[in-house]
Write a new protein. Structure first.
Length: 319
């Protein structure tokens, strides 16, 4: 009813007033549409440019992580092919002189094994079926070797003895200690498939941070996601150890569809997602860009609104 009354009043107005209203509405509409198109084009250009730049950064981070993996593979190979290590982890006690000699020889071999990863802040621990164990630094990874046999890390390792596995150390994290990522592999006799021990290369989470911390900033975050959807490393400490099934779904879809980036809601915010799968770790290296924050850095909506008001005001003054 009110709409009809307004229409009747409008029809009763003179031609000049009608032209004035039409002109004002047209100017505002054109200004708004132009602003929206400009914003959309700027967002698209920003997304394309940023994704190309950050994809190169992710490739660089991936390369650094693969270098660490290569060093760990060399250390594990050295241990698995070493007769002294096998004798220490599978042999009997013997007399005190033999035991001392075996322990000394194991210490010498551990130095050689550790030398493969000396470029990184990691520790090496071996545990044998005979109950013996040896570590390059017992203080680096504060766990009881007696508890390792029943740990999830060891069980997963033994289930796939031919594979070098990277796992988040959930049990140590529960104790309020530092976060660790453990590279583990069963030590197996090739001819008989007899498992005589396990080697653990322990990596503090902050070692992973060193690969990418310089590339992060406000609204530009990195997370490393395992195949179960657990965040094993991130520049945001609050995320470490948490699960994000939706993010895992997003990055697996990106990999399957070979997408360079994807817009999605992650943890309650709109993000641009870039991802790089690292087969050696079975991890996803994920870059999360806060869309609202990032676009806000290049598009000042307040300034655009003021420009639109100025254009409309200028147009009205010329009428």
């Amino acid at each position: 009813m009110k709409i009809k009354q307004y229409m009747q009043r409008f029809e009763q107005q003179g031609l000049v007033f009608k032209l004035f209203i039409v002109m004002v509405v047209s100017i505002i509409a054109v200004c708004l549409l132009t602003s929206l198109v400009t914003i959309r084009m700027s967002e698209r250009l920003f997304t394309e440019t940023f994704s190309i730049t950050n994809s190169k950064v992710l490739s660089q981070i991936k390369s650094s992580m693969e270098s660490l993996n290569d060093s760990i593979v060399n250390a594990v190979s050295h241990a698995s092919q070493n007769g002294t290590v096998k004798n220490y982890l599978a042999g009997g006690e013997g007399d005190s002189i033999t035991a001392a000699s075996t322990y000394f020889s194991m210490g010498q071999q551990m130095k050689q094994i550790k030398s493969n990863v000396d470029a990184y802040d990691v520790g090496v621990t071996v545990v044998g079926v005979n109950g013996r164990s040896y570590s390059s630094d017992w203080s680096y990874w504060p766990v009881e070797t007696s508890d390792l046999a029943d740990s999830l890390i060891t069980r997963h390792t033994v289930d796939q003895p031919r594979r070098l596995m990277y796992q988040y150390d959930e049990e140590t994290a529960k104790d309020g200690k530092a976060n660790y990522i453990i590279a583990s592999k069963a030590l197996m006799e090739r001819t008989s498939d007899f498992l005589y021990g396990t080697i653990y290369v322990t990596i503090r989470e902050d070692q992973f941070k060193r690969f990418y911390n310089n590339f992060t900033s406000t609204g530009n975050d990195i997370v490393i996601l395992d195949s179960n959807g657990r965040i094993v490393s991130s520049n945001k400490d609050s995320l470490i150890g948490t699960f994000s099934p939706q993010l895992l779904k997003d990055v697996t879809e990106m990999q399957d569809q070979q997408l360079s980036y994807k817009n999605a809601d992650v943890m309650g915010k709109s993000h641009i997602i870039l991802s790089n799968y690292i087969p050696a770790y079975d991890f996803y290296l994920v870059n999360l860009i806060d869309r609202q924050y990032a676009v806000g850095q290049i598009i000042n909506v307040r300034d655009i609104a003021l420009i639109c008001i100025a254009i409309v005001a200028a147009a009205l003054l010329t009428v």
